[in-house]
Design a protein around this ligand. Structure first.
Ligand code: AMP
Ligand code: ZN
Length: 136
């Protein structure tokens, strides 16, 4: 299942070359061309799924195992001080390439990677509303 207009399909399947850190039958891990930090990489499934909602459960499980192994290897190799593993779904959430991918972002003390938000306050009213909607 590939999308002929999708750049990550082409990269994941080797039709367009990319700096590859790891490859197996299901995934390719490449360096991001617009890195947030030194070593920023992406886990790409070789099959086309647009986002987390479309990803089959067994494959997403495997994707996060790859992410964990890469985080360990990259932390050793790069000597970073921390590590963000994150994944965007939908334009509003910051997704710009609509082929599922997991960001692997090494963090260095004093770096300028901006993943911060202003903490709100969970009111009792809102808590009840959300619990009712999700848990029932
Ligand atoms: P997102 O905003 O979560 O969809 O992330 C897309 C990421 O893909 C961004 O960090 C881009 O820098 C990166 N990117 C886009 N095109 C390429 C490409 N051809 N090769 C490597 N990384 C890319
Ligand atoms: Zn694709």
């Amino acid at each position: 299942m590939h999308d002929e207009n999708c750049i990550f399909c082409k990269i994941a399947n080797g039709e367009i070359s990319a700096a590859t850190l790891y490859e197996d039958e299901n995934f390719r891990v490449i360096l991001d061309l617009g890195p947030a930090s030194k070593g920023h990489a992406l886990v790409l499934p070789k099959q086309h799924y647009a986002n987390v909602y479309e990803m089959p459960e067994d494959l997403i499980g495997k994707a996060y195992i790859v992410a964990k192994k890469m985080a360990e290897k990259m932390t050793d190799a790069l000597g970073c001080d921390g590590f963000n593993i994150l994944q965007n779904n939908g334009v509003t959430a910051g997704q710009t390439v609509f082929h599922f991918h997991i960001h692997l972002i090494p963090r260095y003390e004093g770096d300028s990677v901006g993943l911060h938000w202003q903490a709100g306050k969970l009111t009792d009213e809102e808590k009840e509303e959300i619990l009712k909607k999700i848990v029932g």
